[in-house]
Design a protein around this ligand. Sequence first.
Ligand code: SF4
Length: 448
Amino acid sequence: MTGDDIADFKSLKDNPEGFKDHKKTLLIPEMNRIGCRLLAASFRAFDVDARVIPTGKGLDLGKEYTSGKECYPCMITLGDILSFLYDEKERLGNNFDAGNYTYFMPDASGPCRFGMYNRYQRMVLDSIPSFTDIGITSLSSDDGYSLAGVIGKKEIRQVRKIGFLSVVTGDILDRLLWKIRPYEKSPGMADEFIDRAICSMERTFEGYGSDRNIDNVLRRLDMIIEEAKKIKDPAIPPKPKIGVIGEIYLRSHTIANQDLIKTLEAYGAEVVNASITEWVNYTAYDALRKAKTDLSLNIKQHRYANMLSCLKDIVRFGLVFFYQERVQKHVYRHVRELIDIEEDHAIGDMENILKEEDLFSFDIGTEACLSIPAAIEYVRHGFDGVVNVYPLTCMPSTITSAVIRPVMHRAKIPYLDTPYDATAQPGRESDIRTFMYQAYQHKGNKHN
Ligand code: SF4
Protein backbone atom coordinates (compact mmCIF):
# COMPACT_ATOMS: atom_id res chain seq x y z
CA MET A 1 0.00 0.00 0.00
CA THR A 2 1.34 3.47 -0.82
CA GLY A 3 0.65 6.77 0.84
CA ASP A 4 -1.55 7.75 -2.07
CA ASP A 5 -3.82 4.74 -1.50
CA ILE A 6 -4.80 5.80 1.95
CA ALA A 7 -4.45 9.55 1.94
CA ASP A 8 -6.67 11.14 -0.67
CA PHE A 9 -7.36 14.16 1.50
CA LYS A 10 -8.96 17.30 0.24
CA SER A 11 -7.78 20.16 2.36
CA LEU A 12 -10.40 21.93 4.41
CA LYS A 13 -8.95 25.10 2.97
CA ASP A 14 -11.06 24.29 -0.09
CA ASN A 15 -14.15 23.54 1.98
CA PRO A 16 -14.65 26.35 4.44
CA GLU A 17 -16.87 24.70 7.03
CA GLY A 18 -16.54 23.58 10.62
CA PHE A 19 -14.50 25.24 13.33
CA LYS A 20 -12.51 27.58 11.16
CA ASP A 21 -15.74 29.24 10.05
CA HIS A 22 -16.54 30.07 13.60
CA LYS A 23 -12.97 30.91 14.57
CA LYS A 24 -13.39 28.80 17.67
CA THR A 25 -10.60 27.13 19.54
CA LEU A 26 -10.99 23.38 19.94
CA LEU A 27 -9.86 22.34 23.41
CA ILE A 28 -8.66 18.74 23.69
CA PRO A 29 -8.28 17.33 27.22
CA GLU A 30 -5.02 15.48 27.74
CA MET A 31 -5.30 11.74 28.18
CA ASN A 32 -2.21 10.17 26.57
CA ARG A 33 0.32 12.97 26.20
CA ILE A 34 1.74 12.12 22.79
CA GLY A 35 -1.42 11.02 20.98
CA CYS A 36 -3.42 14.07 22.13
CA ARG A 37 -0.75 16.46 20.91
CA LEU A 38 -0.64 14.75 17.52
CA LEU A 39 -4.44 14.78 17.33
CA ALA A 40 -4.47 18.54 17.96
CA ALA A 41 -1.78 18.96 15.27
CA SER A 42 -3.99 16.95 12.89
CA PHE A 43 -6.87 19.38 13.40
CA ARG A 44 -4.49 22.29 12.88
CA ALA A 45 -3.53 20.76 9.54
CA PHE A 46 -7.05 21.70 8.48
CA ASP A 47 -6.97 25.21 9.93
CA VAL A 48 -8.86 24.26 13.07
CA ASP A 49 -7.33 26.12 16.02
CA ALA A 50 -6.89 23.06 18.24
CA ARG A 51 -4.84 22.79 21.41
CA VAL A 52 -4.37 20.33 24.25
CA ILE A 53 -5.32 21.89 27.55
CA PRO A 54 -2.84 21.58 30.44
CA THR A 55 -3.72 18.77 32.79
CA GLY A 56 -3.42 18.09 36.51
CA LYS A 57 -3.28 21.53 38.01
CA GLY A 58 -7.08 21.90 38.17
CA LEU A 59 -7.60 18.81 40.30
CA ASP A 60 -8.74 20.83 43.32
CA LEU A 61 -11.39 22.50 41.15
CA GLY A 62 -12.44 19.09 39.87
CA LYS A 63 -12.86 17.89 43.46
CA GLU A 64 -14.77 21.03 44.39
CA TYR A 65 -17.35 20.50 41.64
CA THR A 66 -17.84 16.74 42.08
CA SER A 67 -19.42 14.75 44.89
CA GLY A 68 -16.91 11.91 45.04
CA LYS A 69 -19.27 9.42 43.38
CA GLU A 70 -18.05 10.31 39.89
CA CYS A 71 -15.25 8.41 38.22
CA TYR A 72 -11.78 9.83 38.82
CA PRO A 73 -11.22 10.73 35.10
CA CYS A 74 -14.40 12.85 35.23
CA MET A 75 -12.94 14.76 38.17
CA ILE A 76 -9.61 15.34 36.42
CA THR A 77 -11.04 16.41 33.06
CA LEU A 78 -13.57 18.72 34.72
CA GLY A 79 -10.79 20.32 36.76
CA ASP A 80 -8.68 20.73 33.63
CA ILE A 81 -11.34 22.59 31.66
CA LEU A 82 -12.35 24.81 34.59
CA SER A 83 -8.75 25.67 35.38
CA PHE A 84 -8.06 26.47 31.71
CA LEU A 85 -11.08 28.75 31.45
CA TYR A 86 -10.28 30.60 34.68
CA ASP A 87 -6.71 31.14 33.43
CA GLU A 88 -7.97 32.40 30.08
CA LYS A 89 -10.42 34.72 31.82
CA GLU A 90 -7.62 36.19 33.87
CA ARG A 91 -5.32 36.51 30.85
CA LEU A 92 -7.86 38.12 28.53
CA GLY A 93 -9.86 40.19 31.02
CA ASN A 94 -12.84 41.88 29.35
CA ASN A 95 -11.95 40.25 26.04
CA PHE A 96 -12.65 36.78 27.40
CA ASP A 97 -15.59 35.11 25.70
CA ALA A 98 -16.30 31.44 26.51
CA GLY A 99 -18.20 31.23 23.22
CA ASN A 100 -14.83 31.29 21.44
CA TYR A 101 -14.01 27.79 22.69
CA THR A 102 -15.34 24.32 22.04
CA TYR A 103 -14.43 21.57 24.45
CA PHE A 104 -13.85 18.11 23.01
CA MET A 105 -15.28 15.45 25.30
CA PRO A 106 -16.07 12.07 23.75
CA ASP A 107 -19.23 10.26 24.68
CA ALA A 108 -20.12 6.58 25.03
CA SER A 109 -23.27 4.66 25.69
CA GLY A 110 -23.64 1.38 27.56
CA PRO A 111 -23.49 0.52 31.22
CA CYS A 112 -20.57 2.77 31.99
CA ARG A 113 -20.62 6.27 33.52
CA PHE A 114 -18.35 7.63 30.79
CA GLY A 115 -21.44 8.57 28.76
CA MET A 116 -22.46 10.97 31.52
CA TYR A 117 -19.20 12.96 31.78
CA ASN A 118 -20.04 15.57 29.19
CA ARG A 119 -23.60 15.96 30.46
CA TYR A 120 -22.39 16.52 34.00
CA GLN A 121 -19.64 18.85 32.83
CA ARG A 122 -22.22 20.81 30.83
CA MET A 123 -24.25 21.29 34.02
CA VAL A 124 -21.19 22.54 35.91
CA LEU A 125 -20.15 24.93 33.12
CA ASP A 126 -23.72 26.24 32.91
CA SER A 127 -23.65 26.98 36.63
CA ILE A 128 -20.75 29.44 36.14
CA PRO A 129 -22.19 32.51 34.33
CA SER A 130 -19.08 33.48 32.36
CA PHE A 131 -18.57 29.89 31.08
CA THR A 132 -22.08 29.06 29.85
CA ASP A 133 -21.30 29.91 26.23
CA ILE A 134 -18.57 27.32 25.79
CA GLY A 135 -19.59 24.54 23.42
CA ILE A 136 -19.02 20.87 24.21
CA THR A 137 -18.40 18.57 21.31
CA SER A 138 -19.47 15.05 22.04
CA LEU A 139 -18.76 12.12 19.79
CA SER A 140 -20.76 9.01 20.45
CA SER A 141 -18.94 5.68 20.35
CA ASP A 142 -22.23 4.28 18.96
CA ASP A 143 -21.11 5.37 15.53
CA GLY A 144 -17.45 4.52 15.99
CA TYR A 145 -16.56 8.16 16.72
CA SER A 146 -17.69 9.35 13.32
CA LEU A 147 -16.86 13.03 13.97
CA ALA A 148 -20.39 13.94 12.90
CA GLY A 149 -21.31 17.22 14.56
CA VAL A 150 -17.69 18.21 15.10
CA ILE A 151 -16.85 19.41 11.64
CA GLY A 152 -18.67 19.89 8.37
CA LYS A 153 -19.86 16.74 6.64
CA LYS A 154 -17.55 17.23 3.68
CA GLU A 155 -14.48 17.17 5.91
CA ILE A 156 -15.36 14.21 8.10
CA ARG A 157 -13.65 11.64 5.95
CA GLN A 158 -10.43 13.58 5.61
CA VAL A 159 -10.10 14.54 9.25
CA ARG A 160 -10.96 11.02 10.37
CA LYS A 161 -8.07 9.67 8.34
CA ILE A 162 -5.44 12.00 9.65
CA GLY A 163 -6.90 11.80 13.17
CA PHE A 164 -6.70 8.02 13.11
CA LEU A 165 -3.13 8.13 11.81
CA SER A 166 -2.23 10.49 14.67
CA VAL A 167 -3.63 8.00 17.18
CA VAL A 168 -1.62 5.13 15.69
CA THR A 169 1.53 7.28 15.53
CA GLY A 170 1.05 8.38 19.14
CA ASP A 171 0.84 4.72 20.20
CA ILE A 172 4.02 3.91 18.30
CA LEU A 173 5.98 6.77 19.88
CA ASP A 174 4.74 5.61 23.30
CA ARG A 175 5.89 2.06 22.55
CA LEU A 176 9.22 3.38 21.34
CA LEU A 177 9.71 5.26 24.61
CA TRP A 178 8.86 2.15 26.68
CA LYS A 179 11.23 0.13 24.52
CA ILE A 180 14.26 2.40 24.96
CA ARG A 181 13.84 4.00 28.39
CA PRO A 182 14.61 0.88 30.48
CA TYR A 183 17.90 0.53 28.57
CA GLU A 184 18.96 4.20 28.25
CA LYS A 185 22.65 5.01 28.52
CA SER A 186 22.09 7.73 31.11
CA PRO A 187 18.96 8.68 33.13
CA GLY A 188 16.59 11.11 31.39
CA MET A 189 17.98 10.59 27.86
CA ALA A 190 14.89 8.80 26.54
CA ASP A 191 12.36 11.29 27.96
CA GLU A 192 14.33 14.23 26.68
CA PHE A 193 14.60 12.59 23.25
CA ILE A 194 10.87 11.82 23.05
CA ASP A 195 9.97 15.41 23.95
CA ARG A 196 11.91 16.56 20.89
CA ALA A 197 10.43 13.78 18.76
CA ILE A 198 6.88 14.85 19.67
CA CYS A 199 7.60 18.42 18.53
CA SER A 200 9.01 17.29 15.19
CA MET A 201 6.10 14.89 14.64
CA GLU A 202 3.62 17.66 15.47
CA ARG A 203 5.14 19.76 12.70
CA THR A 204 4.88 16.81 10.32
CA PHE A 205 1.16 16.41 11.10
CA GLU A 206 0.51 20.14 10.80
CA GLY A 207 1.94 19.99 7.28
CA TYR A 208 0.06 16.82 6.42
CA GLY A 209 -3.18 18.52 5.35
CA SER A 210 -1.50 20.32 2.49
CA ASP A 211 0.27 17.39 0.80
CA ARG A 212 -1.93 14.52 2.10
CA ASN A 213 0.87 12.00 2.14
CA ILE A 214 1.32 9.32 4.81
CA ASP A 215 4.88 8.81 3.61
CA ASN A 216 5.95 12.03 5.33
CA VAL A 217 4.80 10.60 8.65
CA LEU A 218 6.56 7.30 7.96
CA ARG A 219 9.77 9.05 6.97
CA ARG A 220 9.69 11.11 10.16
CA LEU A 221 9.08 7.92 12.17
CA ASP A 222 12.09 6.29 10.49
CA MET A 223 14.35 9.18 11.49
CA ILE A 224 13.05 9.19 15.06
CA ILE A 225 13.50 5.43 15.45
CA GLU A 226 17.05 5.44 14.09
CA GLU A 227 17.96 8.17 16.58
CA ALA A 228 16.13 6.39 19.41
CA LYS A 229 18.10 3.18 18.91
CA LYS A 230 21.31 5.04 19.76
CA ILE A 231 19.95 5.78 23.24
CA LYS A 232 19.89 2.10 24.21
CA ASP A 233 22.88 0.67 26.03
CA PRO A 234 23.50 -2.77 24.46
CA ALA A 235 25.27 -3.93 27.62
CA ILE A 236 22.03 -3.86 29.68
CA PRO A 237 20.46 -7.36 29.65
CA PRO A 238 16.78 -7.86 28.75
CA LYS A 239 14.40 -7.09 31.62
CA PRO A 240 11.13 -8.81 32.59
CA LYS A 241 8.30 -7.76 30.27
CA ILE A 242 5.19 -6.42 31.97
CA GLY A 243 1.88 -5.94 30.15
CA VAL A 244 -0.48 -3.21 31.32
CA ILE A 245 -4.26 -3.46 30.85
CA GLY A 246 -7.16 -1.50 32.31
CA GLU A 247 -9.25 1.62 31.99
CA ILE A 248 -8.09 3.73 29.06
CA TYR A 249 -7.80 7.10 30.82
CA LEU A 250 -6.00 5.85 33.90
CA ARG A 251 -3.55 3.69 32.03
CA SER A 252 -2.73 6.59 29.65
CA HIS A 253 -2.69 9.60 31.97
CA THR A 254 0.61 9.63 33.82
CA ILE A 255 -0.53 12.06 36.54
CA ALA A 256 -3.68 10.05 37.27
CA ASN A 257 -1.75 6.77 37.51
CA GLN A 258 1.06 8.39 39.50
CA ASP A 259 3.54 7.48 36.77
CA LEU A 260 2.92 3.77 37.09
CA ILE A 261 5.04 2.80 34.08
CA LYS A 262 8.05 4.76 35.33
CA THR A 263 7.64 3.20 38.77
CA LEU A 264 7.58 -0.28 37.24
CA GLU A 265 10.66 0.64 35.22
CA ALA A 266 12.40 1.90 38.35
CA TYR A 267 12.02 -1.63 39.75
CA GLY A 268 13.44 -3.20 36.61
CA ALA A 269 10.55 -3.67 34.16
CA GLU A 270 10.19 -3.26 30.43
CA VAL A 271 6.54 -2.27 30.04
CA VAL A 272 4.00 -2.44 27.22
CA ASN A 273 0.72 -0.62 27.78
CA ALA A 274 -2.48 -1.41 25.87
CA SER A 275 -2.87 1.08 23.03
CA ILE A 276 -5.40 3.84 22.31
CA THR A 277 -5.95 2.50 18.79
CA GLU A 278 -7.23 -0.72 20.37
CA TRP A 279 -10.22 1.21 21.78
CA VAL A 280 -10.82 3.17 18.55
CA ASN A 281 -10.83 -0.09 16.57
CA TYR A 282 -13.07 -1.71 19.16
CA THR A 283 -15.75 1.00 18.80
CA ALA A 284 -15.86 0.47 15.01
CA TYR A 285 -15.82 -3.34 15.41
CA ASP A 286 -18.57 -3.21 18.02
CA ALA A 287 -20.76 -0.97 15.84
CA LEU A 288 -20.30 -3.43 12.96
CA ARG A 289 -21.09 -6.34 15.24
CA LYS A 290 -24.28 -4.69 16.50
CA ALA A 291 -25.41 -3.91 12.94
CA LYS A 292 -24.97 -7.60 12.04
CA THR A 293 -26.92 -8.71 15.11
CA ASP A 294 -29.73 -6.25 14.28
CA LEU A 295 -29.88 -7.56 10.74
CA SER A 296 -30.24 -11.17 11.83
CA LEU A 297 -32.93 -10.20 14.38
CA ASN A 298 -34.89 -8.29 11.74
CA ILE A 299 -34.64 -11.25 9.36
CA LYS A 300 -35.92 -13.64 12.06
CA GLN A 301 -38.81 -11.31 12.90
CA HIS A 302 -39.63 -10.62 9.22
CA ARG A 303 -39.14 -6.87 9.69
CA TYR A 304 -37.94 -6.33 6.16
CA ALA A 305 -38.35 -2.54 6.27
CA ASN A 306 -35.51 -2.26 8.82
CA MET A 307 -33.13 -4.50 6.93
CA LEU A 308 -31.90 -1.88 4.49
CA SER A 309 -30.64 0.46 7.21
CA CYS A 310 -28.91 -2.51 8.91
CA LEU A 311 -27.20 -3.39 5.65
CA LYS A 312 -26.10 0.22 5.20
CA ASP A 313 -24.64 0.23 8.71
CA ILE A 314 -22.82 -3.04 8.04
CA VAL A 315 -21.19 -1.56 4.93
CA ARG A 316 -20.41 1.76 6.67
CA PHE A 317 -18.87 0.35 9.83
CA GLY A 318 -17.27 -2.53 7.93
CA LEU A 319 -15.41 -0.08 5.70
CA VAL A 320 -14.31 2.04 8.66
CA PHE A 321 -13.04 -0.99 10.55
CA PHE A 322 -11.32 -2.44 7.50
CA TYR A 323 -9.64 0.91 6.74
CA GLN A 324 -8.42 1.39 10.31
CA GLU A 325 -6.95 -2.09 10.62
CA ARG A 326 -5.29 -1.74 7.23
CA VAL A 327 -3.62 1.56 8.08
CA GLN A 328 -2.56 0.35 11.51
CA LYS A 329 -1.03 -2.85 10.12
CA HIS A 330 0.74 -0.89 7.39
CA VAL A 331 2.36 1.52 9.87
CA TYR A 332 3.31 -1.22 12.37
CA ARG A 333 4.78 -3.41 9.66
CA HIS A 334 6.88 -0.49 8.47
CA VAL A 335 8.09 0.41 11.96
CA ARG A 336 8.78 -3.18 13.05
CA GLU A 337 11.31 -3.50 10.26
CA LEU A 338 13.40 -0.97 12.21
CA ILE A 339 12.70 -1.87 15.83
CA ASP A 340 10.88 -4.74 17.56
CA ILE A 341 8.13 -2.79 19.30
CA GLU A 342 5.21 -4.94 20.40
CA GLU A 343 2.46 -5.58 17.81
CA ASP A 344 -0.98 -4.28 18.73
CA HIS A 345 -3.86 -6.61 19.62
CA ALA A 346 -6.31 -7.31 16.78
CA ILE A 347 -9.90 -6.88 17.93
CA GLY A 348 -11.22 -9.94 16.09
CA ASP A 349 -8.53 -12.05 17.81
CA MET A 350 -9.59 -10.65 21.17
CA GLU A 351 -13.18 -11.72 20.66
CA ASN A 352 -11.96 -15.16 19.60
CA ILE A 353 -9.87 -15.48 22.77
CA LEU A 354 -12.93 -14.73 24.90
CA LYS A 355 -14.91 -17.38 23.02
CA GLU A 356 -12.12 -19.97 23.24
CA GLU A 357 -11.60 -19.41 26.95
CA ASP A 358 -15.32 -18.87 27.63
CA LEU A 359 -14.55 -16.05 30.06
CA PHE A 360 -16.63 -13.06 28.97
CA SER A 361 -18.52 -11.82 25.92
CA PHE A 362 -18.45 -8.88 23.56
CA ASP A 363 -22.25 -8.90 23.99
CA ILE A 364 -21.72 -7.40 27.46
CA GLY A 365 -19.43 -4.67 26.17
CA THR A 366 -17.20 -2.22 28.12
CA GLU A 367 -13.42 -2.25 28.34
CA ALA A 368 -13.50 -5.63 30.09
CA CYS A 369 -13.95 -7.04 26.55
CA LEU A 370 -10.47 -5.78 25.75
CA SER A 371 -8.64 -6.05 29.06
CA ILE A 372 -9.44 -9.74 29.69
CA PRO A 373 -8.19 -11.06 26.32
CA ALA A 374 -5.28 -8.59 26.33
CA ALA A 375 -4.01 -10.12 29.59
CA ILE A 376 -4.26 -13.59 28.04
CA GLU A 377 -2.40 -12.41 24.92
CA TYR A 378 0.40 -11.04 27.10
CA VAL A 379 0.72 -14.47 28.72
CA ARG A 380 0.74 -16.20 25.33
CA HIS A 381 3.47 -13.82 24.15
CA GLY A 382 5.72 -14.75 27.06
CA PHE A 383 5.31 -11.68 29.30
CA ASP A 384 6.48 -11.99 32.90
CA GLY A 385 3.62 -10.14 34.60
CA VAL A 386 0.35 -8.25 34.08
CA VAL A 387 -0.81 -5.05 35.80
CA ASN A 388 -4.45 -3.89 35.75
CA VAL A 389 -4.70 -0.11 36.28
CA TYR A 390 -8.02 1.67 36.82
CA PRO A 391 -9.94 4.33 38.72
CA LEU A 392 -11.11 3.13 42.12
CA THR A 393 -14.73 1.86 41.77
CA CYS A 394 -14.44 1.49 37.96
CA MET A 395 -16.99 -1.17 37.03
CA PRO A 396 -15.42 -2.73 33.89
CA SER A 397 -11.98 -2.94 35.50
CA THR A 398 -13.38 -4.50 38.66
CA ILE A 399 -15.03 -7.14 36.46
CA THR A 400 -11.71 -7.62 34.66
CA SER A 401 -9.94 -8.15 37.97
CA ALA A 402 -12.51 -10.72 39.13
CA VAL A 403 -12.28 -12.68 35.87
CA ILE A 404 -8.57 -12.47 35.12
CA ARG A 405 -7.01 -12.90 38.56
CA PRO A 406 -7.73 -16.68 38.80
CA VAL A 407 -6.66 -17.13 35.17
CA MET A 408 -3.29 -15.50 35.92
CA HIS A 409 -2.97 -17.56 39.08
CA ARG A 410 -3.49 -20.80 37.15
CA ALA A 411 -0.97 -19.67 34.51
CA LYS A 412 1.49 -18.81 37.32
CA ILE A 413 1.89 -15.25 36.00
CA PRO A 414 2.46 -12.44 38.52
CA TYR A 415 -0.58 -10.16 38.52
CA LEU A 416 -1.28 -6.83 40.24
CA ASP A 417 -4.39 -4.64 40.55
CA THR A 418 -3.58 -0.92 40.86
CA PRO A 419 -6.74 1.14 41.47
CA TYR A 420 -6.14 4.91 41.74
CA ASP A 421 -8.02 7.92 43.03
CA ALA A 422 -6.80 11.36 44.00
CA THR A 423 -5.00 10.03 47.09
CA ALA A 424 -1.61 8.38 47.55
CA GLN A 425 -1.94 4.67 48.37
CA PRO A 426 0.52 3.96 51.21
CA GLY A 427 1.30 0.35 50.23
CA ARG A 428 1.42 0.87 46.48
CA GLU A 429 5.16 1.06 46.01
CA SER A 430 5.84 -2.03 48.12
CA ASP A 431 3.13 -3.87 46.11
CA ILE A 432 4.92 -2.93 42.90
CA ARG A 433 8.28 -3.91 44.31
CA THR A 434 6.97 -7.32 45.40
CA PHE A 435 5.27 -7.80 42.04
CA MET A 436 8.52 -7.02 40.21
CA TYR A 437 10.40 -9.50 42.41
CA GLN A 438 7.91 -12.16 41.29
CA ALA A 439 8.31 -11.03 37.66
CA TYR A 440 12.09 -11.47 37.90
CA GLN A 441 11.56 -14.95 39.36
CA HIS A 442 9.17 -15.75 36.51
CA LYS A 443 11.69 -14.60 33.92
CA GLY A 444 14.47 -16.61 35.61
CA ASN A 445 12.34 -19.76 35.78
CA LYS A 446 11.71 -19.64 32.05
CA HIS A 447 15.43 -20.14 31.45
CA ASN A 448 15.95 -22.95 34.02
S1 SF4 B 1 -14.73 2.79 32.44
FE1 SF4 B 1 -14.66 2.95 34.66
S2 SF4 B 1 -13.79 4.96 35.04
FE2 SF4 B 1 -14.45 4.98 32.93
S3 SF4 B 1 -16.53 5.80 33.04
FE3 SF4 B 1 -16.71 3.58 33.14
S4 SF4 B 1 -16.82 3.09 35.32
FE4 SF4 B 1 -16.01 5.19 35.08
